[in-house]
Design a protein around this ligand. Structure first.
Ligand code: GLY
Ligand code: MN
Length: 445
């Protein structure tokens, strides 16, 4: 990490400390242990493990892959890192990408699993971490994951520091290289989904286990599955086709989450689908421009439904006003997921989802009031999903749909366009994704 980033990281730690001190005080805690977690077993019936990923509460402080470690926070004291380094000859975690943290905390290198009985014997203590058994071993008298405390710690991460925004920007730059590469491959050839997935990993120089989430790579009708990860191994059959890629990258633990949709080929259906992609790209940008501090994110989601209704009318899929299409839940059948979610050390950063969404927005993962420093995605889509369109076709509300056009576009699956944006007081928002990947989708070239 270069000097300016190290300086930003030091400022970030100061913010983390101030927010954590306030949380300790609110919960009247004398000690809080943040557990880095351990690798998770793939199955209870054998001895294989998923690749380790540090818990977000711990990763907020430390860019350190050290399973079994923990951070101890006490009011008015320097944080103490218990860095577990068992010197195993089976597996060794990667070295930290920098040691900037050493100046800001006490560091104990622990060869054995630590127990913090003395540090937590008096007063109120809590452990936040994945495993109750580990929490008990660390501090038997401490509370484990009190829900209000966990929610407050999650909320403390929603307003990103300049260091976090720099990490998210770099993660976007890395992911953009993969998206651009796949657009070119798709324009030029006929790779399978598995080929495209592997090419994305190479272009972004990531191992599969390092990606923030499993790459979603969907050719043609597969794009109607929102999270299509069962990669096909055959090349697309027809002359016209579509590619939806929803894939990210990480930087110091921070996630990028980007979706692009590309169209290839000629003919009336391909041209209509291209127009649909352009319409979604356009409405996605309108939604980014509508970001305003102090308004509920859910209002943006509602606006997305109106704009989707308008796009469906424009391309001729629905013969009704946008308002009528929303009121009769026609837009929900084409756009059945939430507009977006908070983004950070988790792809679906949970701090902005403390309140349940309205029952008509069951999948909305951001129910916060928009505030400066939040980072979230804006990801509208329009899909041809038989499980949702079938019931619509069978009912009165479905009469406004041009089902012949639906049939001709069904082979293209659907379109989603997703950017990562920072809420900014002066400019409304900064689009981390368009800064490095200006096109949202359209014709693959
Ligand atoms: N990128 C996948 C999702 O947001 O669910
Ligand atoms: Mn997303």
């Amino acid at each position: 990490m270069n000097e300016p980033m190290l300086a930003l990281y030091a400022d970030h730690l100061a913010v983390a400390l101030a927010r954590s001190e306030a949380t300790l005080e609110r919960h009247r805690l004398d000690a809080l242990i943040l557990d880095a977690g351990d690798a998770v077993a793939r199955s209870r019936f054998d001895d294989q493990w998923f690749a380790y990923r540090p818990a977000a509460h711990f990763a907020w402080w430390l860019p350190l892959h050290a399973p079994g470690s923990c951070l101890l926070l006490r009011p008015g004291r320097r944080p103490t890192l218990y860095w577990h380094d068992p010197q195993s000859y089976w597996e060794a975690p990667p070295p930290p990408s920098h040691h900037g943290f050493a100046a800001h905390m006490d560091v104990h290198l622990a060869r054995q699993a630590v127990a913090l009985h003395a540090e937590t014997a008096t007063g109120r203590a809590a452990v936040v971490g994945e495993s109750e058994a580990r929490a008990r071993a660390l501090a038997p008298n401490a509370a484990w994951n009190p829900p209000d405390l966990v929610a407050d710690l999650d909320a403390a991460r929603t307003l990103k520091t300049p260091y976090e925004i720099a990490c998210l920007a770099e993660a976007n730059a890395r992911a953009a290289r993969g998206h651009d590469h796949l657009r070119q491959l798709f324009a030029a050839g006929s790779q399978s989904e598995l080929d495209l997935h592997l090419d994305y990993l190479r272009a972004t120089w990531q191992d599969d286990a390092e990606t923030p989430y499993k790459n979603i790579v969907a050719l043609d009708a597969h794009a109607a599955t929102l999270h299509h990860i069962a990669y096909g191994r055959g090349a697309p059959a027809g002359a016209s086709s579509s590619l939806l890629v929803d894939a990210g990258a990480t930087c110091h633990g921070y996630h990028a989450d980007i979706t692009r949709t590309w169209v290839r080929g000629s003919g009336e259906a391909a041209d209509r689908f291209r127009a649909l992609v352009r319409a979604v790209d356009d409405l996605q940008q309108q939604l980014c421009d509508a970001i305003a501090i102090g308004t509920p994110y859910e209002a943006l989601h509602d606006r997305a439904h109106l704009l989707v209704g308008e796009a469906l009318r424009q391309v001729g899929l629905v013969h009704a006003s946008a308002e009528a299409a929303v009121a009769k839940e026609v837009t929900f059948a084409f756009f059945p997921h939430g507009l977006g979610h908070s983004l950070g050390l988790q792809t679906h950063d949970v701090g902005c989802a403390r309140i349940r969404p309205r029952s008509d927005n069951p999948w909305l993962r951001n129910t916060s009031t928009i505030a400066e420093g939040q980072v979230f995605t804006i990801e509208p889509g329009i899909y041809f999903i038989e499980g949702l369109l079938g019931p619509l076709r069978a009912c009165e509300a479905g009469r406004v749909v041009d089902w012949r056009l639906v049939e001709s576009l069904r082979p293209f699956g659907g379109v989603r366009i997703e950017d990562d944006v920072v809420v900014d007081a002066a400019r409304g928002h900064l689009n981390l994704t368009r800064a490095v990947l200006p096109e949202g989708g359209g014709n693959a070239r």
